[in-house]
Write a protein that binds this ligand. Structure first.
Ligand code: GLN
Length: 483
């Protein structure tokens, strides 16, 4: 088996046993990128020399006995996370030539751990979208069917792992952007508990909801990458110590584990086949010792509206910094300062970004603030309470990740229909909870289907543990691309 096909756990073992070098692994992944990325379009920027340099450092660390789980493992990084020496375009014309002068907290951690950064991957512009079609710079295809979208906004991160163009990757999740593309591409994606991964060096979309998280082919790989990026950082005032213990993220049994099935996530909007496959998975867990309980989360129906009010409000404020003066795109030959602002923003941002800035500005404007923003924040409080109540009768929840499998490129043109594809994921961000998407056994239209385990705050290890048991029960995830 080619090295690029292996999991991080397998490669890490081989590295420690000196059966392979980090340079050989990086080489294999780079050859794969050269062979398939013109089809998939996951990467916005690669740099072979830089990757080999990092791989050599990893080999030195291993030789000195300093290697850990991620040493020598190739990681692709979403293009809204700062990596010094690479651009951070956010797939926007606004930042097309922007090179950050510093590393994100997670990047620093990857470097310290001896991971090998393969490059920067595509996304929806400023992480706004569910298909990566909003990228102003590139089209990315789903590696399982090139006529379909990879999901979004971390479409490049999920596609790169599924197509074996990276061993693992980093994405960001504000309303589902790690979990939904993971489910569309048949890989694993974790949205960590809010505050457990520092947002320092992540270009802000909606700061109270944004979290960076890991994507991998297996649960163990996803957990390993998470163990390296989690942790308290004084540069992010919302950051807390996650106390994530990697050894607790695997093993054990399902006996005594109560899994809640919220009926609101299995409504009419969700494809019948997706519901059937997720319920089959629930029964598999039940036969292996878990207990299934029905829970009620009546607020779910209002979550999408609240999410799009809160996230747009925060985005309108966060994106006000792109004014054509400090950095980013600047309009040519403006006749006044005001024209410089207006034209730089009008020409630099894409349609979806502009739509959200306008929506966000509207819901925050005096006269409408109480009716929209304040109400949405009150609802968010109620939703948190509902989850708290649900967790009195179960340890975690199980739901579909997305109402359907990956749709065709160009198929969804109505923004409201696109927003509806986030129906199962946005609640988790509003409540600040951890959730992991894993592929279920079976496919729909030959495409992978994902299910999501939602945990209590800081129970990231526990949901990963149960997801890993499911992976073992079905003999490992089998969704492989055809090329
Ligand atoms: N699809 C959602 C949106 O468009 C989620 C985006 C995200 O999580 N970054 O806002």
């Amino acid at each position: 088996m080619e090295l690029y096909n292996k999991s991080a756990s397998e490669l890490s073992k081989m590295l420690r046993a000196k059966e392979v070098s980090a340079v050989e692994i990086a080489d294999s992944v780079y050859k794969r990128i050269e062979n398939v990325d013109d089809k998939v379009g996951a990467y916005l920027e690669t740099n072979y020399e830089k990757a080999i340099k990092m791989a050599k450092k990893a080999d030195e660390m291993i030789a000195e006995g300093k290697g850990t789980v991620m040493t020598g493992i190739p990681v692709a990084v979403k293009d809204n996370i700062c990596v010094k020496g690479y651009k951070a375009t956010c797939a926007s014309k606004m930042l097309e030539n922007f090179e950050p002068p510093y590393n994100a907290f997670v990047t620093e951690n990857l470097i310290k751990a001896g991971a090998v950064i393969t490059g920067k991957v595509n996304m929806d512009e400023f992480a706004m979208g569910s298909s990566t079609e909003n990228s102003a710079l590139k089209r990315t295809a789903n590696p399982h069917d090139l006529s379909r979208v990879p999901g979004g906004s971390s479409g490049g991160s999920a596609a790169a792992v599924a197509a074996r163009e990276a061993i693992v990757s980093l994405g960001s999740d504000t309303g589902g952007s790690i979990r939904q593309p993971a489910s569309f591409c048949g890989v694993v994606g974790l949205k960590p508990t809010y505050s457990s991964v520092s947002r320092y060096g992540l270009v802000a979309f909606a700061s109270s909801l944004d979290q960076i998280g890991p994507i991998g082919k297996t649960v163990a790989d996803t957990a390993a990458l998470y163990s390296v990026i989690a942790g308290k950082d004084s540069m992010d005032s919302t950051s807390l110590e996650a106390n994530f213990n990697l050894s607790l993220a695997s093993g054990g049994s399902l006996s005594g584990v109560k899994i809640g099935i919220p009926k609101q996530y299995f409504g009419d909007g969700v494809s019948a086949k997706v519901k059937e496959l997720v319920m089959n998975a629930a029964k598999t867990l039940e036969s292996a010792g878990a207990t299934l309980v029905n829970v009620d989360l009546p607020g779910t129906d209002y979550a999408l509206s609240a999410y799009y009010i809160i996230s747009c409000a925060e985005a309108s404020s966060n994106l006000s910094r792109y004014d054509g003066v400090k950095y980013g795109y600047r309009a040519e030959n403006p006749k006044s300062l005001e024209e410089l602002f207006v034209r730089s923003r009008s020409e630099g941002f894409g349609d979806e970004v502009k739509r959200r800035i306008m929506l966000g500005t509207f819901v925050l404007s005096s006269g409408y603030y109480d009716a929209y923003y304040k109400k949405a924040k009150l609802f968010q409080q109620k939703l948190k309470e509902e989850f708290k109540t649900a967790f009195r009768s179960c340890d975690m929840l199980l739901t579909p990740t997305s109402p359907d499998v990956a749709f065709r490129i160009g198929e969804i043109e109505d923004p409201l229909k696109m927003y509806a594809s986030d129906i199962c994921t946005v609640t988790v961000n509003l409540a600040g909870l951890p959730a992991v998407s894993v592929p279920v056994e079976g496919t729909k239209d030959n495409m992978p289907v994902g299910m999501q385990f939602i945990g209590k705050p800081f129970a990231d290890a526990e949901i990963l543990r149960v997801a890993g048991i499911y992976e073992d029960l079905i003999g490992g995830f089998k969704t492989q691309v055809k090329f």
